[in-house]
Design a protein around this ligand. Structure first.
Ligand SMILES: Nc1ncnc2c1ncn2[C@@H]1O[C@H](COP(=O)(O)OP(=O)(O)OP(=O)(O)O)[C@@H](O)[C@H]1O
Ligand SMILES: [Mg+2]
Length: 219
């Protein structure tokens, strides 16, 4: 089980506004990996994560998910891969403010038509330490708690890969540690391959592997 990037380049825009955000990136996310991605602002980290997660496609090069090349797949097939295999924890992946924690985590289960969604969602929230906040709305949760709801939601479809973009950004050190412990546990106990984009050296130091990106290149 791998996500593999072969000679991936990504260009935004065209003509005089063309910008090469990734250049010939080769990378494999293996089963059980726990990787941090560091690099300056604008270096291409989020672009890389979007492409790894099939949220965006490379301009040139290939992305293989579990051996399957994705370049010829359409939106429907790509979204199927995402739903079945990949969990996302992005800062701009907002929770639905009109739904409580339980309902937010039930949302991805809903699309799958799964029975006992409520119990599954409640279990997930318990596993991230929010068993007593099931009925709180996002506005009634702390930043760290909201981020744990996002992680619970990302885990709803039992992804093999969990891609996170600054999961501890804007959090105090205590909340930050809770999130990191949680990600570490998902990696070691549930065998989820985890990628963490971070600006924080302490966060990067707890991962098994580190990748540095500068000007769209892995260095
Ligand atoms: N849709 C877009 N159109 C044009 N340029 C873009 C687009 N998205 C990103 N870029 C540019 O591509 C480069 C890489 O962006 P990206 O978001 O991957 O950086 P990043 O490493 O995640 O930065 P940060 O740490 O600030 O989040 C940046 O220079 C950015 O301005
Ligand atoms: Mg970014």
């Amino acid at each position: 089980m791998t996500i593999e990037l072969r000679d991936v380049s990504k260009q935004y825009g065209g003509g005089s506004v063309a910008f090469l955000a990734l250049r010939d990136v080769n990378l494999v996310l293996n089963e059980g990996d726990f990787i941090s991605v560091v690099g300056p602002s604008g270096s291409g980290k989020t672009t890389l994560l979007n492409i790894m997660g099939c949220l965006d496609v490379p301009t040139t090069g290939t992305v293989l998910v579990d051996g399957q090349p994705t370049e010829k797949l359409g939106d429907f097939e790509l979204s199927k891969i995402r739903k079945e295999k990949i969990g996302f924890v992005f800062q701009d992946y907002y929770l639905n403010d009109s739904m409580n924690a339980l309902q937010n985590v039930m949302l991805p289960l809903e699309f799958r038509g799964r029975s006992n969604k409520k119990e599954v969602a409640a279990k997930l929230l318990e596993s991230v330490g929010l068993g007593d906040k099931l009925h709180n709305f996002p506005t009634e949760l702390s930043g760290g708690e909201r981020q744990r709801v996002v992680i619970a939601r990302a885990m709803a479809n039992k992804p093999k890969y969990l891609l996170t973009d600054e999961p501890t950004g804007n959090l105090d050190s205590v909340s930050s540690k809770k999130i990191l412990d949680l990600l570490r546990e998902l990696n070691s106990e549930r065998d989820v391959s985890v990628v963490i984009i971070t600006h924080d050296k302490d966060v990067a130091s707890i991962t098994k592997k580190q990748i540095k990106i500068v000007d769209g290149m892995v260095v």
